[in-house]
Design a binder for this molecule. Structure first.
Ligand code: IPD
Length: 284
């Protein structure tokens, strides 16, 4: 078998598995959930996150016993390691807080990385029937239709997504508030959806022009699949400090329709952070 046909087999298998696992979301969205907190009340987990992760890992393990796994609920507080081996990167429910509240922006996320490169990305919201998929070099799709990022290349015309929830974390609060203020001043508008992978896919489909995500608990499973989907849709995902392609293992990411929008966002955040640093230094 060639590498391409092997990947086709993986893809078909994991597509079926994603749909099956996502039924747990559909069947439980209106039910009462047992909710535990992890790092804080902004970081939730339910019995359904664990159930979906178990379904996905069990099925993939019995099909591909020599593959590796990095998955949100089994990783605990350990920093995962990405090796050259075929590795499935899984967020069983991204947007758990949305899921807990029945806010219908939540999804199952699965990526496959081989030699540290993401080659398959799937983000599926079964509540709104939005299935985002990409395979390396083969384009990005929503429900089987090709998608591409927007043509907006002027940040003042951009619709931007952002996660202000990290204001709850003392050491990040001032940076997040000031970044929010700075982006709102310049951009067309700002939205916040509380689901990293889906929001990145909204960049991929051209409905959002830029998205910034960074904070404790934002890990490889939040961005691996959607980074491929954005790239295959013509967009970029960069490190918010260097502006270079993001290291998926250290996600402090900006997903954008193109590099002009990404550069503008990198600059706004850099200048804002410098102002916050100066303010902090002058009060010490
Ligand atoms: C969460 C989402 C959300 C972000 C949270 C994450 P989870 O992932 O991606 O956008 O603001 O910090 O924890 O925990 O629902 O998989």
């Amino acid at each position: 078998m060639t590498m391409d046909s092997t990947l086709d087999v993986y893809y078909e298998f994991v597509m079926g598995l994603t749909r099956e696992a996502a039924k747990v979301i559909t069947n439980s969205i209106k039910l009462r959930k047992t909710v535990d907190t992890k790092r804080g009340d902004w970081d939730l987990v339910t019995q359904y996150d664990r159930e979906i992760e178990e379904i996905i890992i069990d099925r993939l393990k019995s099909q591909y016993p020599d593959h590796m796994f990095i998955a949100e609920e089994s990783a605990g507080n350990n920093s995962p390691d990405l090796t050259d081996a075929p590795t499935w990167i899984i967020d069983p429910i991204d947007g758990t807080t949305n899921f807990v509240h029945g806010f219908p922006h939540t999804c199952v996320v699965i990526a496959l990385a081989i030699r540290k490169e993401v080659v398959i990305g799937i983000v599926y919201n079964p509540l709104l029937e939005q299935l985002f998929t990409a395979r390396k070099g083969r384009g990005a799709f929503l429900n089987g239709e090709p998608i591409s990022t927007s043509e907006v290349d002027d940040f003042s015309k951009a619709l931007v997504c952002f996660e202000p929830g990290f204001i709850k974390i003392e050491s990040m609060a001032e940076y997040v508030v000031e970044r929010l203020r700075a982006i709102i001043k310049v951009a067309h508008g700002i939205r916040t959806l509380g689901v990293a992978a889906l929001t990145l896919c909204y960049v991929a489909m051209g409905a959002v022009d830029a998205y910034h995500i960074e904070g404790p608990g934002i890990e490889v499973w939040d961005i691996a699949a959607a980074s491929l989907i954005i790239a295959e849709a013509g967009g970029v995902v960069v490190d918010r400090v260097s502006g270079e392609p993001v290291d998926i293992m250290k996600p402090r990411a900006i997903g954008a329709a193109n590099s002009k929008i990404a550069d503008a966002m990198v600059k706004i955040i850099r200048e804002t952070d410098e102002r916050v640093d100066q303010m902090k230094n002058s009060t010490h």
